[in-house]
Design a protein around this ligand. Sequence first.
Ligand code: ZN
Length: 244
Amino acid sequence: MDDYQRVAEIIKEKQYLVAFTGAGISVDSGIPAFRGGQGLWEKYDPMEYAHIRAFTNNPEKVWIMLREMSKVIFESGPSPAHLALATLEQKGYLKSVITQNVDGLHHVAGNSDVIEYHGNHRWLTCLNCSRRVLLTPQMIELLPYPRCEKCNRALKPDVVFFGEGIPMIAMLRANEEANRCGVMFIIGTSGVVYPAAEIPYVAKSKGATIVEINVESTPFTSSITDHFFTGTASDVLPKILEHL
Ligand code: ZN
């Protein structure tokens, strides 16, 4: 029995599978990780462009970065890994996806229960009246920025900026799923961004089997991971699926 088959057997036995995903799963979708060489943070200083104070002080400047990011997201599509997770849900194994990504690609792929820990860039929100509006390609082009129809203020992508808290509902649901799952996939995340990185530790403490898929080892690997696959999730997940 190879590792793919072994992990598939564990999933069948334990039933309740939850995936915890990060930037790595979207690299094959054409979205570079923020922190990598091609990442937005190489070009834009996050404190100058991604801090909530930067947005409230100068939304016009911050929208220069947001416009670029919005285009990247609109041009992207689900990777084989996103699609494999959607298939795992259809087959009844995968119950939810907890993601740190803001690209909305798990929804696009077809997963129905996606817990967006850092929000979703495809939605805009008004900091004044809390109105939420779906971002369209036309709105990206509005200068100096898209505005709230009701209060005329700059709309902000419904993502967690530096200096903002994690949405309470996402924290509660992520914790609930981590407590409940029998198997947790860690996919494409380095485990250095807190509090998100605590989630797999919660799952492990409640007895879940931890299956990690990453291109290199992480702080999870030596501490809580039971089965480690080196590589991208687009390579690994379809091979696990073959046995399910
Ligand atoms: Zn408003």
